[in-house]
Design a protein around this ligand. Structure first.
Ligand SMILES: [Zn+2]
Length: 326
């Protein structure tokens, strides 16, 4: 039984890694997106200015300052796709402040942006927050980024910092410089001097939104949420399944929503378990073995592999239209 449990945990972890680092290659096989150009609302008038060449897609998408003026549409998968008709989250709202404005990553699918606004407002009203500090959503047209995330490509991911928001408006420079604060002491232990009831409440709230599919948190945070639910005596623990342990998320949590209904060519991730998944999801992370770096080969390959560069040709076809639209 234990072996089986361990094995399934290992499988889950490998899957998580596949979606993370090597998601690009993993996606190619199962691509069922097909010719999506016809689904873009505005027909193409001019010939394409950019064709899939050797240019890294992150350079093309990273250079775009504005959204594609098309109907909102997420194309592809979280780690391989793009976004038409993005909406910009206001840098300062009634209950949030977007951070690192120079990155220009406060764009998302209107549904994602609406969810961030809602979560911020409700966290302020009910959960003991002044408001939320919001990290990266997506680039104006989604796509791969010059630095940082592998996901966040289709406007359906958002990072929210775990630091409390100060009760004043931060300057542009402060938003560039203030660091997010880690909520853990090490890979297994939470920093209880920083962690508060307000943190648990906002995660609980976000996980209970219907459209939210996953929330990534550092493993000790998932552990704490499991224990918190027990202390609270919650009978329904299904929402805990959406809270996924994944390293790198100790100073922010990452909200991922499902593809909006009827979005042709938007590929959902396999549903997260709808049980608490407190044991299996934590077994690997809380075990004694060091965590493997995702995508790292077990043995050094004799030949040096060329690093995979995601190009426009690897993205759904519709992403050319998104890139070239006004
Ligand atoms: Zn993220």
């Amino acid at each position: 039984m234990t072996t089986r449990l361990l094995f399934s945990t290992f499988l889950l972890v490998s899957l998580a890694f596949a979606f993370g680092s090597s998601g690009a290659q993993a996606q190619t096989k199962g691509d069922v997106i097909g010719d999506l150009i016809k689904d873009v609302a505005v027909p193409r008038k001019k010939p394409l200015r950019v064709v899939g060449g050797a240019v890294a897609a992150k350079k093309l998408f990273g250079a775009k300052k504005d959204a594609a003026k098309l109907k909102p549409h997420s194309y592809g998968f979280y780690t391989k796709g793009c976004l038409a008709g993005a909406e910009q989250l206001e840098p300062t709202g009634p209950a949030w402040q977007a951070m690192r404005l120079s990155r220009n990553r406060n764009w998302g699918h209107p549904k994602m942006v609406a969810l961030v606004r809602r979560l911020a407002a409700e966290a302020k009203e009910h959960d003991g927050w002044n408001g939320l500090l919001v990290g990266d959503l997506s680039q104006p047209r989604g796509g791969p980024m010059l630095s940082g995330h592998r996901s966040h490509q289709i406007g359906l991911d958002a990072d929210v910092w775990l630091n409390p928001m100060p009760n004043r408006e931060l300057t542009y420079n402060e938003r560039e410089k203030i660091s997010a604060k880690s909520m853990v002491l090490d890979r297994k232990r939470l920093n209880r001097k920083r962690w508060t009831e307000a943190h648990a409440k906002v995660l609980y709230r976000a996980a209970n939104y219907n459209e939210v599919e996953r929330i990534f948190v550092h493993p000790p945070i998932k552990k704490e949420m499991c224990e918190w639910a027990t202390r609270k005596g919650f009978k329904n623990r299904g929402w805990l399944g959406k809270i996924r342990a994944y390293y790198g998320h100790h100073y922010h949590f990452h909200i991922r929503i499902r593809c909006p209904k009827g979005t042709v060519g938007c590929k959902d991730q396999k549903l997260a378990p709808r049980q608490d998944d407190c044991k299996a999801n934590l077994a690997y992370w809380m075990g004694s073995k060091p965590w493997k770096k995702p995508g790292k080969p077990k043995k050094k390959p004799k030949k040096k592999y060329k690093r995979f560069v995601m190009q426009l040709k690897h993205l759904p076809k519709a992403c050319r239209t998104v890139l070239n639209a006004d």
